[in-house]
Ligand binder design. Structure first.
Ligand SMILES: Nc1ncnc2c1ncn2[C@@H]1O[C@H](COP(=O)(O)OP(=O)(O)OP(=O)(O)O)[C@@H](O)[C@H]1O
Length: 331
């Protein structure tokens, strides 16, 4: 495998955003705003992203992730706040700064009438020291669809081509908007592997996703974004760590007979401090789990005279964290 330029990780963050605000006039359908109201897409968001790390912006549709990235890339002008990309204001970025940054947009943003390799050769020719494109083409399986013009490619093929184009200039900072959208499991694995390599090479990777699994598998740091703000930030381990007031999750799968035998004691005082979720025969308790609570559960099981199908204590997931913060599910 060819050796790529590996920039020494500088101490300063590759990207720093402070109190970013961005409004849009309410023109988009489905934005939820009444006609004439401005949409506050980003509402005082702050974050930093470093070299040698994958930073994931995780949040539901409309949370403000793409707008944040667009401001960071200099594609949108912030209404307020500060953005510094490799130490410069991206809105006034010089071509020299742009050459150090790779961007993969959500809709690909690719010209439609060219063939993949033509496009990649052209993009490489624009850069002073392009990445080894043959290796990327092979790795991302692009030769297999090289005879097809871009507009006829499948979503996943377009996504792989857009990733190769974003990496053509061997960038120090890579923005990936929903990198696994439309990918089959094998392509997803290849793309994740490549993102891991970029990280090891010391590049700064900033991605958006609404897939918890992507954030959990890829990210060194996760920023949970909702309503244009960072609601929580940290490594996956930090975010899911059972703190004093937020331990793990208890899941109980009831035997059919148990449901009829005796109702689950939702109203008992032991359950007041936890969230109780039910889906068919599965009862989930999340929040501050305590020995008295576990005792109350097993006592109730005893009164039904039947063993449950399963009883397990599980670590929190990012999904639980998001639910705790926002009071709703991420999708
Ligand atoms: N150009 C625009 N004009 C009007 N409203 C916009 C524009 N771009 C974004 N918005 C609105 O701003 C809000 C945030 O959108 P954004 O695309 O940043 O969210 P997101 O978190 O990336 O969502 P998704 O996961 O669906 O891509 C949404 O309400 C969206 O409708």
């Amino acid at each position: 495998m060819p050796v790529q330029n590996s920039p020494a990780p500088p101490a300063a963050p590759a990207l720093s955003i402070e109190r970013l605000v961005k409004h849009f006039p309410a023109r988009r359908r489905g934005s939820g705003a009444a006609a004439g109201d401005a949409v506050r897409a980003v509402d005082g968001l702050s974050l930093t992203a470093r070299h040698g790390e994958v930073t994931a912006l995780l949040g539901p549709n409309g949370a403000g992730k793409t707008t944040t990235l667009e401001c960071a890339q200099g594609l949108q002008r912030p209404d307020a706040g500060t953005v510094r990309l490799l130490g410069q204001d991206p809105w006034r970025a010089s071509p020299a700064l742009r050459a150090r940054v790779g961007v993969m947009l959500q809709d690909g943003g690719l010209p439609q009438a060219v063939r993949p390799l033509e496009l990649l050769r052209h993009v490489c020719a624009l850069h002073r020291s392009p990445r080894d494109m043959d290796e990327l083409v092979e790795r991302l399986g692009i030769a297999a669809f090289d005879r097809t013009v871009v507009r006829r490619l499948s979503g996943g093929q377009r996504q792989r081509l857009a990733l190769a184009a974003a990496l053509a200039g061997d960038p120090e900072v890579v923005f990936l908007d929903e990198p696994s959208a439309g990918l089959d499991p094998q392509s997803r694995h290849i793309v994740f592997d490549l993102i891991g390599q970029l990280r090891r090479e010391g590049r700064c990777i900033i991605l958006t996703t609404h897939l918890l699994d992507d954030a959990q598998r890829l990210a060194d740091r996760v920023c949970i974004v909702d309503h244009g703000r960072v609601m929580a930030e940290g490594s996956v381990a930090e975010l899911v760590a059972p703190g004093a007031d937020a331990p793990s999750v208890l899941e109980l799968v009831l035997a059919p007979a148990q449901l009829e035998a005796r109702p689950f004691p939702w109203e008992a005082p032991e359950f007041a401090a936890v969230r109780v979720g039910r889906a068919e025969r599965t009862v989930t308790l999340s929040g501050p789990l305590t020995p008295p609570l576990l005792e109350a559960v097993t006592r109730w099981i005893g009164t039904t005279g039947t063993m449950p199908e399963a009883l397990s204590l599980q670590p929190r997931t990012l999904e639980d964290v998001f639910l705790e913060i926002s009071g709703r599910e991420i999708r």
